[in-house]
Design a protein around this ligand. Structure first.
Ligand code: HEC
Length: 222
């Protein structure tokens, strides 16, 4: 008698059963799932930035927007520009994705500061007006402790990440991030540069045009 036809010795309610192994394909599937799950779990749950579906989505949206850079031309790295885009949620997404990709290592995920200073408070070392943010990002500071991004990022990415950084100010409760650097000074709230009001109106013709293609608002819980 072949092994698979052996009947087990117990009887439950008059029912007896064969001692057959699970079919090979089923067992393979079972172990396959387990071996697949382990690296999958490590990849997605190990907390490395840029791997969650939210990050991927934001990146895809930002990539697409980069393609549309032609629409806004090449941005100037000045106060008027940084101020203008600080109030433009659509383009701010590009700034956010640049920040996630290049800045969180030193300034932390919400800008609260790590090696680099806290970017959410009122104390700044190199920044007196809003446009200075773009200049620091372009040129770097403190002997490249803050790296220069001028030849690594598109000028529009610099302007937009500067707008994003400006928008972080006050986003965390006071005192919750890294303490102000000893050489930082409290500066007044961001000022709209003179003439910015008219500028916003006619230099952003795409604002209404694009409002119909509304961007959904995915927001990671983090
Ligand atoms: C390698 C670490 C590092 C990275 C990456 C980095 N920074 Fe910095 N950043 C610093 C340090 C350190 C300082 C403070 C420099 C100083 O003490 O003068 C700084 C300062 C700044 C300042 C000026 C803050 C002030 O108080 O004046 C801004 C704005 C800034 N970083 C934005 C950015 C942005 C935007 C990015 C990403 C494109 C970025 N940083 C990436 C380390 C970094």
């Amino acid at each position: 008698m072949p092994e698979k036809d052996q009947i087990r010795s117990h009887v439950y309610d008059g029912i007896q059963e064969y001692d057959n192994p699970m079919p090979g394909w089923w067992v393979m599937l079972f172990w396959g799932c387990i071996f697949f799950a382990l690296p999958y779990w490590i990849y997605y749950e190990s907390g490395v930035p840029g791997r969650t579906i939210y990050d991927n989505y934001n990146e895809a949206v930002a990539d697409n927007l980069r393609l549309q850079f032609e629409e806004i031309g090449e941005l100037k790295l000045d106060s008027a520009t940084v101020y203008q885009y600080m109030n433009d949620p659509k383009w701010l997404k590009v700034g956010e994705s640049v920040f996630e990709m290049h800045c969180v290592a030193c300034h932390a995920a919400k800008g609260e500061g790590k090696v680099g200073p806290n970017l959410t408070d009122d104390y700044w070392i190199h920044v007196k007006e809003i446009g200075d943010i773009a200049k620091v990002v372009e040129k770097g500071a403190n002997g490249q402790a803050m790296p220069a991004w001028g030849n690594r990022l598109h000028p529009n990415e610099i302007a937009l990440v500067a707008s994003y950084v400006a928008s972080l100010r006050g986003s965390l409760p006071a005192g919750s991030g890294k303490a102000p650097e000893p050489n930082a000074k409290k500066i007044p709230a961001w000022q709209a540069p003179a003439g910015a009001a008219e500028k916003t109106e006619n230099s952003s013709p795409d604002a209404d045009k694009d409002s119909k293609e509304k961007l959904p608002e995915p927001k990671p819980a983090s």
